[in-house]
Write a protein that binds this ligand. Structure first.
Ligand SMILES: Cc1cc2nc3c(=O)[nH]c(=O)nc-3n(C[C@H](O)[C@H](O)[C@H](O)COP(=O)(O)OP(=O)(O)OC[C@H]3O[C@@H](n4cnc5c(N)ncnc54)[C@H](O)[C@@H]3O)c2cc1C
Length: 311
């Protein structure tokens, strides 16, 4: 069997898929328009948490597998991953989340909550420092013998016949590359501030979205989730909106020292597309449309790519 695979895309989805394929014995090359630090994956906050992705029965399974792998990776200090005490707040009573059994130390808290919140989930999850983690993934990819080239792919049929299989991990650009009208941007804006606290605080309801994510040398605060908005420039309105929401949880944030504002476009889709398609007689496996959960679903999806390719 010819074992040459081309992975298109060098974000978290492309790199994780490429690593799992290399570990399974495939000869893997990545072609990507950009690599870290110029991908959407670099902008992710990033925490393990299923957000703006579907369908839930699949994202729960992919997410659970990814949680376990990211947890194992916390022992490697070069990977930039930490388990962090997390509090998620709600303004109404909540059912158990579908991912409750995935995370460690899940508990409910109803007393001494900030602002007008009435319920809180307390649990342990990972904070993944993407600039460090993407570097770690790239090192792992190269160590396993992966090859890469900076190259834009405009059509699957233009890919050299040397590659018998293509794995498409082009995120938001898949809309154009695959003529897929189900793909749309979900604009996010975040603010890097000087470090303040060591725990993570979240309000994951889109209208009131607020996240306060501790990292080793800074904190990320967010955010917004604007469907259909292609603007990649930061706006002062969004900055003020984010600070206002986050300071309802941690009041000290309104006086925090701001380092920079960053914008990224999440690759939204009605549901994650992870499936095989035959294009001009060649197998193309798609892995895109992870919305606000690309990091959270990355290893689970990558392992499924290996299963599909071996079918
Ligand atoms: C503000 C913000 C916060 C977020 N926070 C989190 C979080 O906390 N947790 C979480 O799990 N997720 C989070 N996300 C979502 C996460 O960033 C995405 O789901 C994830 O980055 C998608 O990864 P990807 O590899 O599919 O896409 P990308 O990172 O966009 O990578 C796509 C790659 O494909 C390449 N490419 C595109 N078109 C072509 C082409 N035609 N030819 C060749 N190469 C091409 C690009 O150059 C790039 O390398 C966040 C996103 C944003 C914007």
């Amino acid at each position: 069997m010819e074992k040459k695979v081309l992975v298109i895309g060098g974000g978290v989805i492309g790199l994780s898929s490429a690593i799992c394929l290399l570990e399974d014995g495939w000869d893997v090359t990545i072609h990507s328009a950009e690599f870290s630090p110029n991908t959407t994956s670099d902008v992710a906050a990033a925490l393990w948490y299923p957000f703006l992705s579907a369908p839930v029965e699949k994202t729960d399974a992919w997410g659970s597998r990814t949680y376990d792998i990211l947890k194992l990776l916390t022992v490697d200090e070069k990977a930039g991953i930490e388990m962090v005490q997390t509090y998620e707040y709600f303004r109404s009573k909540q059912e158990d989340p579908s991912w409750m059994s995935t995370v460690d130390k899940f508990e409910r808290i109803t007393e001494d909550l900030p602002s007008d919140y009435v319920e809180c989930f307390s649990f342990m999850t990972q904070v993944i420092e993407m600039p460090i983690y993407l570097n770690w993934l790239m090192d792992r990819f190269k160590f396993l013998g992966g090859k890469l080239e900076k190259q834009i792919v405009t059509s699957f049929s233009d890919v050299s016949d040397d590659f018998s299989i293509i794995v498409n991990c082009t995120g938001l650009s898949s809309g154009e590359l695959c003529h897929d009208s189900e793909v749309y941007p979900v604009r996010g804006q975040i603010i890097r501030i000087k470090p303040l606290i060591g725990e993570m605080h979240l309000d994951q309801q889109v209208p009131t979205l607020a996240y306060i994510v501790p990292r080793s040398n800074d904190m990320i605060i967010g955010g917004v989730a604007q469907e259909g908005n292609w603007n990649t420039e930061a706006t002062i309105e969004d900055r003020n909106f984010i600070i206002d929401k986050a300071s309802k949880i941690i009041p000290g944030i309104k006086d925090a020292e701001i380092i920079e504002d960053i914008v990224g476009l999440r690759p939204g889709r009605t549901e994650v597309r992870l499936e095989k398609e035959l294009i001009s007689g060649r197998t193309v496996i798609h892995n895109y449309g992870h919305g606000g959960s690309g990091v959270t679903l990355s290893w689970g999806c990558a392992e499924e790519i290996v299963e599909i390719i071996n079918e």
